[in-house]
Design a protein around this ligand. Structure first.
Ligand SMILES: *[C@@H]1O[C@H](CO)[C@@H](O)[C@H](O)[C@H]1NC(C)=O
Ligand SMILES: *[C@@H]1O[C@H](CO)[C@@H](O)[C@H](O)[C@H]1NC(C)=O
Ligand SMILES: *[C@@H]1O[C@H](CO)[C@@H](O)[C@H](O)[C@H]1NC(C)=O
Ligand SMILES: *[C@@H]1O[C@H](CO)[C@@H](O)[C@H](O)[C@H]1NC(C)=O
Ligand SMILES: *[C@@H]1O[C@H](CO)[C@@H](O)[C@H](O)[C@H]1NC(C)=O
Length: 508
């Protein structure tokens, strides 16, 4: 369940703004490109993840189209890029579900007419769509943590239900999975025969996250073996498992919501716009605001549907909601995001919210690294080579903030955050010792991390690698930076050194 507070935050957050021009990342020479199928854009630094430098006012409507993430063009993906001879050990991914039907409807208007059954003859389609549908038909052979076994594995209502994944959403994730399939194939990330511990999926209990995760996994591993797949349930949208208790986190969230409320009621243009929209529909303003009209209007926009209209009444009501009204609400959301960053309460909330997930991710990567050490007897069943967490914007947005990626755009539909663990080639050190001749000693390779957001390498924008000096002999970010950030440094904003301490301290 998305809690009421989380749902409210979701609203506040459908945003993204741009303020700081980001210097393009210069790709170092020794990078190898993945094989065919993935469009790369060397030399063309096309920034999608970080908004354009602010040469002009952000346009709230074109921002909204970016949020739709319509799957109608080739995407660039920098996943799987590394210096030659580095070995890819593990990949951990968090996604936001794909395009969905609105969660709220606007009173007195017709719901947008969208068909949530899957069909090859409807756009957007994908070559994997039909095989995906038939593979999902065998899903009862998988292992489903309760209550996931009873959630439908494909959307299948000819008139979408509230919050249901659409065909667009399925195609977005088939494409994401397929992009990573091509990116990781040359690195032989996934063994031909994998074990349930090496590859698994975790998801919240919503059908849209479960179905998005399955579509992604199918794109990555077409015709995967159901009997090996375990799908785990995360009841909390923060993916905090058994470590969700954190009183300070809730207090930062409440403070953040008060900040958001004050900013919103001070915005006279916004208030006027809601009043105009409410008059058109013949509703009390309060009722319209509570119906969160931007959510439904975004769906109209993403699906090319005209905004809702109501017939003229004799009390001044009637007419259509307009793009200009939509733009005002979006503009206020962009202002809110800038204010949110400036104030910093959200960042503190985010650190406490995402620590449990980051701690688990770090632990998985360390286990894989240990099992790869020379001379180790690997554990039967292996370690987590690839796990996928299928989540919501209220998960991905705090994850970005906790990583220090404050300037990144608000997570669009089917957004993806990818953590890659790499190992450099072993170096043979030749030591000359007096009297003993030459002795050579093999030293294991070093560990490195890459972080990607929507296909773009953002590693050197993260809090733990922003100030790392890159050089040709060490072009990647050391894993130990990430580990010490997650296990200690992240809590320095609270003047604390651990999660427990920060969670039980008075607010700072
Ligand atoms: C993709 O769709 C968006 C609208 O959702 C549109 O603005 C854009 O022009 C389309 N791009 C292509 C290449 O068709
Ligand atoms: C969708 O529902 C229809 C009618 O209930 C059913 O016949 C069909 O098999 C379902 N399709 C899938 C892919 O589950
Ligand atoms: C105005 O008229 C419309 C349609 O006749 C009706 O639905 C609406 O409730 C009325 N609004 C008010 C404020 O009386
Ligand atoms: C963090 O991860 C370690 C394993 O590396 C685990 O023992 C510990 O309980 C985790 N802490 C929290 C608060 O989740
Ligand atoms: C941080 O904590 C230390 C030790 O508890 C304390 O001495 C110091 O005054 C604190 N600093 C701030 C800024 O709260």
């Amino acid at each position: 369940m998305v809690s009421a507070a989380a749902a409210r935050l979701l609203l506040l957050l459908i945003l993204s703004v741009n303020l700081i021009p980001i210097t393009p990342i210069v790709e170092e020479r020794p990078f190898q490109a993945p094989d065919g199928g993935v469009k790369t854009a060397v030399g063309k630094s096309r920034k999608r993840v970080f908004p354009a430098p602010h040469t002009q006012e952000p346009n709230p409507v074109s921002e909204a189209y970016g949020y739709c993430n319509t799957p109608n063009r080739t995407e660039q993906a920098w996943e799987g890029h590394s210096p030659a001879d580095y070995k890819l050990l593990s990949v951990q991914v968090m996604i936001r579900h794909g395009d969905r039907y609105p969660l709220y409807s606007i009173p007195k208007t017709k719901r947008p007419a969208i068909d949530c059954t899957l069909s090859n003859s409807r756009n957007p389609s994908h070559p994997l769509l039909s095989p995906f549908i038939s593979h999902m038909g065998q899903g009862s052979r998988g292992h489903w943590e309760s209550p996931l076994g009873s959630v439908p594995r494909v959307p299948n209502h000819s008139s979408c239900e509230m919050g249901e994944l659409t065909q667009t959403g399925v195609v977005q994730h088939l494409r994401n999975g397929q992009l990573l399939h091509h990116a990781y194939k040359p690195h032989k990330l996934l063994p031909p025969v994998w074990t349930p511990r090496q590859v698994w999926l975790e998801t919240t209990g919503k059908s849209r996250t479960l179905q998005s995760g399955l579509a992604f996994l199918y794109g990555l591993m077409p015709d995967f073996d159901w009997t090996k797949l375990t799908v785990r349930h995360q009841w909390n949208t923060l993916f905090c498992g058994s470590a969700c208790d954190c009183p300070a986190r809730n207090r930062y969230l409440e403070e953040e919501q008060r900040r958001e409320y004050r900013l919103r009621v001070a915005d006279t243009e916004l208030e006027r716009t809601y009043a105009d929209m409410a008059r058109t529909l013949g509703l009390p303003t309060r009722q319209l605001r509570a119906a969160n009209p931007i959510d439904s209007l975004l769906c109209h926009l993403c699906h090319g549907l005209s905004f809702p209209c109501v017939p003229l009444g004799d009390n001044g009501s009637g007419g259509c909601l307009t793009l200009a009204q939509f733009a005002v609400i979006r503009r206020q959301q962009l202002d809110d995001e800038a204010d949110r960053r400036r104030v910093g309460l959200y960042h503190k909330y985010a650190i406490l919210a995402m620590y449990p997930y980051l701690n688990k991710t770090a632990a998985k990567m360390e286990r894989v690294a240990r099992s790869n050490e020379a001379g180790r007897q690997p554990r039967v069943g292996g370690e987590e080579i690839f796990t996928l967490s299928s989540a919501h914007d209220v998960t991905v947005a705090p994850l970005l903030s906790a990583l220090g990626l404050e300037e990144a755009r608000f997570p669009r539909f089917a957004a993806r955050v990818v953590f890659e663990l790499w190992k450099s080639p072993p170096v043979t050190q030749v030591k000359k010792k007096a009297g003993k001749g030459e002795k050579s000693k093999a030293k294991g390779g070093e560990l490195f991390i890459r972080v990607l957001y929507n296909g773009e390498d953002v590693t050197f924008h993260t809090a733990f690698c922003r100030s790392h000096e890159r050089h040709v002999s060490q072009p990647l970010c050391p894993m130990k930076n990430f580990l010490s950030y997650v296990r200690r440094d992240m809590f320095s904003v609270f003047n604390a050194t651990s999660y427990k301490e920060a969670c039980y301290k008075p607010l700072v």
